[in-house]
Write a protein that binds this ligand. Structure first.
Ligand code: PLP
Length: 469
């Protein structure tokens, strides 16, 4: 008995010590600590810096309903790849791929469409890119031509995954510059950069930087003529990280997907507008023949032949359950309502911000529930602040609204972006707009330029642009 008491007291003492001490950064601690203390140390360090719902920077789902959350929590220990233990998860995953392929108008008639699950769009993009690379290599080899200089063509507003893909697989990334006059991918300019070594062109549906969609139908048309003329077979991979779950519901008549001749693969993020907690991505090929054999292995012990493709082996299954739950729970109409609501809130904010004389919207109309704006150039000449100052002020009210510079060629432009997700209501939009107005009013009354403004002037001065106060 005595011994028991002593050890309890000791444990308490060592716990107090361990919570007072700083958390280990280099070496594994020698002794265990109580779960309560370890929990507290870890939990305290992951305390969110912003309210997830006020974080308008991220595209990633921060809200799912109670049942979805319960379902996913209950599956926290399920490994997707362990098909002998959880054979139905692979089937459910195959059903999700089928549903998504059909949302994107696949012509494939097979019972199981060719596709793969990934941790996010990044893995999905990688798989789409690798498939394009391997197809191109096979074709070149068959023609007895060298395959040491592959390239990929897309707009300079690519998401960082494409830079990673190109670096890791030694593919040259050819970037079509954007301008204020041409705010998305110009098909003619893209084709001018193509040659026999182009593995694919990657238009984006829901450009991360701007919220715009590249004109994929126009690209497909021009590319068809180009491929006919040259004898090449350059295909399209659509990076539809956001748009993949917006277009089928809000613009079903728009042709951007497998209805187009050269669109051979499409990727999306299940954890963006697929409305599932992170991390989940999907990639689908138009037909099995576009998915190189080397990338897939088949299992047939599920009563059906299921093709599996992926960079990862083990991965959590919970997100797949979450995606399938959403499909069941929401159906087409449910998704449509949610995406429409996000779109309405985004359009409302876009309109209100467009009315403020100090701002200019980057684009007139919205295609996805996100948009960017910049400072009115006339106003900017005499302004004493920048959008970075506005970002900092909004942060004081809990909002995360990022300001950033645009990609190559329009990198003089500082913009601000709002991404509307399903948990952003009209009331919250009004709160945000009121906070923006208040912040701007304060900034307008500044007597002296902010440090951010001074830094910006210095930079602009070096480029020959003149500001006055
Ligand atoms: C977010 C995004 C990605 C990367 O997606 P993850 O799901 O975060 O891996 C790729 N492309 C575009 C256009 C994106 O917006």
């Amino acid at each position: 008995m005595k011994q028991h008491n002593t050890s309890a007291a000791d444990a308490l003492k060592s716990d107090t010590k361990s919570t007072l001490a700083t958390a280990p950064t280099e070496f594994l601690p020698k002794h265990p600590m109580s779960p309560e203390a370890a929990y507290r140390l870890v939990k305290d360090e992951t305390y969110p810096q912003t309210q997830p719902r006020l974080n308008l920077a991220t595209f990633v789902t921060t809200y799912m309903d109670e049942y979805a959350t319960k379902l996913m929590n209950e599956a926290v220990n399920v490994n997707y790849i362990d098909e002998t233990e959880y054979p139905r998860v692979a089937v459910m995953c195959g059903r999700c791929i089928n549903i998504i392929a059909n949302l994107w108008n696949t012509p494939e008639k097979a019972e199981w469409k060719a596709g793969a699950v990934g941790i996010g769009s990044s893995e999905a993009c990688m798989l789409g890119g690798v498939a394009a690379l391997l197809r191109w290599k096979a074709r070149r080899k068959a023609e007895g031509k060298p395959c040491d200089k592959p390239n990929l063509v897309m707009s300079a507003a690519f998401q960082v995954v494409w830079e990673k893909f190109c670096q890791l697989w030694s593919v040259e990334l050819r970037q079509v510059p954007l301008s204020l006059e041409k705010p998305s991918l110009d098909p003619k300019e893209a084709l001018a950069m193509c040659d026999e070594n182009t593995i694919c062109i990657v238009p984006i549906a829901g450009v991360t930087w701007t919220g715009l969609n590249d004109d994929i139908e126009a690209l497909d048309r021009e590319l068809d003529a180009y491929n006919k003329k040259t004898g090449y077979e350059i295909p399209i991979h659509v990076d539809a990280a956001s748009g993949g779950f917006i277009l089928p519901f809000l613009q079903p008549e728009k042709r951007w997907d497998f209805r187009l001749k050269w669109v051979w693969s499409i990727s999306t993020s299940g954890h963006k507008y697929g409305l599932v907690y992170p991390g989940l991505g999907w990639v689908v090929w138009k037909d099995k023949k576009y998915l190189p054999q080397e990338m897939s292995f088949s299992v047939n012990y599920l009563g059906a032949n299921i093709t599996q493709v992926g960079l990862n082996f083990s991965r959590p299954a919970a997100q797949i359950l979450g995606q399938y739950y959403n499909f069941l729970r929401l159906g087409f109409e449910g998704y449509k309502q949610i995406q429409q609501a996000s779109m309405d809130v985004a359009r409302y904010c876009h309109e209100q911000i467009g009315k403020m004389s100090c701002f200019c919207n980057y684009n007139k109309t919205l295609e996805n529930p996100l948009f960017i704006w910049y400072m009115n150039p006339e106003y900017e000449k005499t302004a004493k602040w920048t959008l970075f100052d506005l970002q900092a002020l909004l942060q004081q009210n809990g909002w995360m609204v990022p300001a950033y510079t645009m990609p190559k060629n329009i990198d003089h432009l500082v913009v601000m972006r709002v991404v509307v997700r399903q948990d952003m209501t009209k009331d919250m939009a009004d709160m945000l707009l009121a906070d923006i107005c208040n912040a701007v009013e304060g900034l307008q009354n500044l007597k002296y330029p902010t440090t951010s403004r001074l830094a910006c002037e210095k930079q602009q001065h070096q480029k020959g642009k003149v500001f006055t106060h």
